[in-house]
Design a protein around this ligand. Structure first.
Ligand code: MG
Length: 231
């Protein structure tokens, strides 16, 4: 028995395909093999969907949504990926439900994961923060108050398609909101409203929603520290 287990250990040591080392980074530093989409300084990785240079502002290391400028999206397109996003919703004390701090992170330009000020702000469940909009409410509401930084950590598997472009396996999503599991390997069966109309079989950009909040004053919608690791 002991002889067998020693052989096993020797075989494990001999494997040439040891896991590739990755520096995991830190609280505000991406892992060493990530594609950094926003490092706090430049919007170079982003455009509006119509091709304009991104007209959001950069302030204090954050991308700031200038409401009315429109959504922005990555120039690069992605398939299956681990994605990290930090956001801060605006303080809108007089707004309610979907009108309060609404934004979104569109995966592949077609699946909106809702961003909303869901802190003590009731709304329909599959439209609250961390919902796959219209399809899957989050398991729990892990929202922080407006103006505080929050995190979304996605594990996204793109739809798998056959040679004819027919979906064999829908996209799947696992999501942690502020470190709390809120989507547990759910199927995303179809694009959500506001999708870009492309085939679910194609890679797509990450798009951030400008939901247009003309009444926001002092604390605008912000994003920071966005990175992707393709899977
Ligand atoms: Mg939204």
């Amino acid at each position: 028995m002991r002889f067998v287990s020693l052989l096993g250990i020797a075989a494990a040591w001999a494997q040439p395909d040891a896991p590739r080392p990755v520096d995991p980074g830190g609280a505000e530093q991406a892992p060493s093999d990530a594609i950094v989409l926003f490092d706090g300084g430049s919007l170079a990785a982003w455009r509006h969907p119509d091709g304009r240079a991104a007209e959001w502002a950069v302030e204090d290391g954050a991308m700031v949504c200038k409401s009315g400028k429109g959504d922005i999206q990555t120039m690069q397109k992605f398939g299956s990926a681990q994605i990290h996003v930090e956001f801060s919703t605006p303080d809108m004390p007089n707004a309610t439900s979907q009108a309060k701090g609404n934004s979104g992170v569109y995966l592949q330009g077609r699946y909106e994961i809702q961003v909303l000020d869901s802190y003590k702000n009731p709304t329909y469940s599959n439209g609250s923060a961390a919902a796959v909009y219209g399809q899957h409410p989050p398991l729990v509401n892990a929202s922080k108050p407006p103006g505080q930084w929050q995190t979304y950590d996605f594990v996204f598997h793109a739809a798998r398609c056959d040679a004819d472009g027919k979906v064999e396996q829908p996209a799947r999503l696992t999501l942690h909101h502020n470190g709390v599991l809120v989507q547990d390997n759910v199927n995303i069966s179809k694009p959500t409203p506001g999708d870009d109309g492309t085939s679910m079989c194609e890679n797509g950009p990450i798009r951030l929603q400008d939901h247009f909040h003309p009444d926001v004053k002092d604390t605008p919608l912000k994003f920071r520290n966005l990175w992707v690791r393709s899977l």
